[in-house]
Design a protein around this ligand. Structure first.
Ligand code: NAI
Length: 677
């Protein structure tokens, strides 16, 4: 065979006549199935068809793994469904050709094998993975599903139940689990990979067929019942109108399982349709925003060994627990011995759930030291302050601790609303103060706002960003203006919800309308969860600089010590931490503008933040609101929603609300000068 040169592939034929297809995409740490890789693969496969080798092994020359997926940047460039379909059908043809090669084919997998890479592996007759490999079809998380035949082939290899679970959840499997579920044929130590591939080709083992009961599940009379159960499960997590992909997967399986060729064709059509849809486009954008936030770490030389947290309450306790979980030595200081004991108990519970093995649980607990006297201060590289939300109390604390700190140590405050400028007065080195604003609950919320004050030094900022990344959170630098970014946008939404309640709209109706828009939790339940005292505190702080009115009812509840979930009663009642749903009023019809009021008040504030450059860009504001509040990701964030709805329409709607409900809806000045693109 004439040797062709490829940019991404190297083809070697060994003495046994086996063709080894090495993938090594240049200038990239991971292999991505981009258009060029696929076109070259087409050419290689056509050459192989002309002269069939003894066998074919597809492998990666990258340290990071096999293939990390298709090129996500190409997903956003299709101008139409037809253009997307042509592209996908080309990959289908190539993968079908690989599947139909008249010789044994092996995907030899190490590290990551995801998305399109997994689909390529599925098109091979055998999949052999090293024990530490991670395999997955995570497309559903981007609002799509496998599109290179992966839906069909995973079901054939794994059986319907396992494959549908695998695709619908988008989770990754370690090699051993993958072997158990038949996704791969062998899991072997890394050093045996090559030999295993060679052996498999020279002596192709028989592939065992799926157990008999799989056939029952696939029976056309049984499938509708199973599909019903699957749809019920999926709809508990995501509405069809907001997240069509999982439903499309179930539809494909239900309607086309009996006709392989048709199912492959329909899979291609379905993913083309999803790819150009709003949900996928927005979710893909968010995925890229995650990368943008991770990319903020510029100074890789930052070294942090010890973290000292002051304040062992809801936030400080959880921050300390999280940092120790991520491998840091942490001392936790509080005034109260009982508080520290409670944190250790909380830590033991979380570590048990997450780490499972005793030695790992114990190691994490060893890293977390209760420190009533603050002995850890002297060795800390980062001090995280999470005491009461009171500027005077925080200033006093800083004054007391600064003389004990290492010269290079930074102080990070977790304040949720106090501008840093109000806290630096008592510090000799004000450039060491930065905000690290975590969100509640710490273990679940991915974002940390990096609050940058006028005096915060670049070095301090980089240490804070670096720490955030190292503890697996997403850093978002924001200016030190009241409420920073997330609370500033969230608070008008929460107070508007309480105002609606004061006007007579039942709390369940308010929350349901927000949920229907796609919020993960209604605003009233969210206020109860955060704590009404905290909400009141932040609202009062913000009311000094923003056109929000603090609702009287919120004050009343706080005065009555009805603080929400933590006291068992707020707007809702909670039993053992679980919300007790109140009976809904029959025949109640809410005003028609509830959704508009809740959403547009937030969007108007997002525009104000853009105008004031609170977070740098429209994209970063959207990222902050999605990762800090869970704002309906399929809308792509508050400012992306403006783009989709039309800026002019949004302004008209705000003016309309202003006329009826008052000046808090007055369109921000930014609408006149900034065009959302
Ligand atoms: P919390 O009231 O649950 O805990 C505060 C803890 O600090 C208490 O355990 C108290 O004993 C301790 N403390 C007070 N002064 C101290 C001192 N001088 N030395 C040592 N310990 C001291 O408060 P929470 O909710 O944890 O809030 C802490 C900070 O985090 C506040 O600034 C708050 O605004 C902020 N925050 C709160 C969020 C929430 O959802 N609760 C979310 C994000 C930020």
């Amino acid at each position: 065979m004439a040797k062709k040169k490829y940019k991404n592939w190297k083809v070697e034929h060994d003495k046994d006549g086996i063709a080894w297809l090495h993938l090594d995409v240049p200038k990239s740490s991971a292999n991505i199935l981009n258009e060029q890789v696929i076109i070259e693969l087409d050419s290689i496969v056509n050459e192989l068809i002309k002269k069939i080798p003894t066998g074919v092994v597809i492998l990666s020359d990258k340290e990071s793994g096999f293939i990390a997926g298709a090129d996500i940047n190409e997903f956003t460039t299709f101008e139409s469904e037809e253009a997307a379909l042509i592209n996908i059908q080309r990959a289908h043809t190539i993968f079908n050709n690989i599947e139909n090669l008249n010789c044994p084919t092996v995907a030899l997998i190490h590290g990551f094998c995801l998305g399109g890479g997994m689909e390529l592996a599925l098109a091979c007759r055998y999949r052999i993975a090293e024990e530490n490999a991670s395999l997955g079809l995570p497309e559903v998380k981007l609002g799509i599903h496998p599109g290179f035949g992966g839906t069909v082939r995973s079901i054939e290899r794994m059986g319907s139940f396992a494959a549908l679970d695998f695709i619908l959840t988008g989770r990754t499997l370690k090699a051993r689990q993958a072997k158990k579920t038949r996704l791969i044929n062998y899991a072997v130590p890394k050093r045996h990979l090559m030999t295993a591939a060679k052996q498999t080709i020279l002596k192709p083992p028989k592939i065992s067929s799926l157990p008999w009961w799989e056939k029952i599940v696939n029976h056309p009379l049984i499938r509708p019942f199973v599909a019903k159960i699957l749809i019920k499960k999926v709809s508990a997590r995501a509405a069809r109108a907001h997240y069509p992909a999982p439903y499309a997967i179930i539809d494909l399986w239900l309607n086309h399982l009996n006709d392989r060729t048709r199912m492959l064709e329909e899979e291609a059509k379905s993913i083309a349709r999803l790819l150009v849809g709003k949900t996928a486009q927005n979710l893909i954008r968010i995925f890229k925003l995650t990368d943008q936030l991770k990319g903020l770490v510029k100074d890789k030389s930052v070294s942090i060994n010890h973290i000292h947290v002051i304040g062992g309450g809801v936030m400080g306790g959880d921050i300390a627990i999280w940092c120790a979980l991520q491998g840091y030595d942490v001392t936790l200081q509080d005034q109260r011995h009982e508080t520290l004991a409670a944190v250790i108990q909380r830590a033991a519970k979380l570590y048990k759930r997450l780490l499972k093995q005793k030695y790992r649980i114990n190691a994490a607990l060893d890293r977390l030291t209760p420190d009533l006297k603050g002995n850890g201060l002297v060795k800390a590289d980062v001090v995280i302050e999470a005491i009461f939300e009171d500027a005077e109390v925080k200033r006093n604390l800083f004054k007391n601790i600064e003389p004990k700190l290492k010269k290079t140590a930074i102080i990070a405050t977790n304040t949720s609303s106090i501008p840093l400028e109000q806290l630096t007065e008592s510090l000799k080195k004000p450039d060491r103060l930065v905000g690290l604003h975590f969100f509640n609950p710490v273990s679940k919320m991915p974002l940390v706002e990096i609050v940058v004050g006028e005096k915060t030094s670049k070095k301090t900022q980089q240490i804070a960003i670096s720490l955030t990344k190292k503890i697996k959170k997403l850093p978002l630098p924001v200016t030190s203006t009241p409420g920073f970014l997330v609370n500033r946008i969230l608070m008008p939404y929460l107070t508007e919800a309480v105002t609606l309640f004061e006007e007579g709209v039942p709390i369940t109706v308010i929350d349901k309308i927000a949920l229907d828009y796609g919020m993960p939790m209604g605003p009233i339940e969210l206020a109860d969860t955060v704590g009404l005292d905290i909400c009141l505190h932040v609202a009062e702080n913000l009311a000094e600089s923003m056109p929000i009115t603090v609702p009287e009812h919120l004050r009343d509840l706080v005065n009555k010590k009805m603080l929400g979930k933590k006291t068992g009663k707020g707007f809702y009642t909670f039993k053992k931490g679980k919300l007790v749903k109140p009976a809904s009023k029959n025949n109640y019809t809410p005003p028609t503008d509830v959704k508009e009021r809740l959403i547009l008040i937030m969007i108007n504030e997002a525009m104000a933040c853009l105008r004031e450059n609170v977070a740098g860009s429209k994209d970063l504001i959207d990222a902050g609101i999605i990762f800090g509040t869970g704002f309906a990701p399929f809308h792509g964030g508050p400012l992306q929603y403006v783009k989709d709805r039309g800026q002019e329409q949004v302004v008209i709607a705000l003016e309309h609300l202003e006329k009826i409900h008052g000046s808090r809806f007055k369109p921000d000045d930014g609408w006149k000068t900034i065009v959302i693109e």
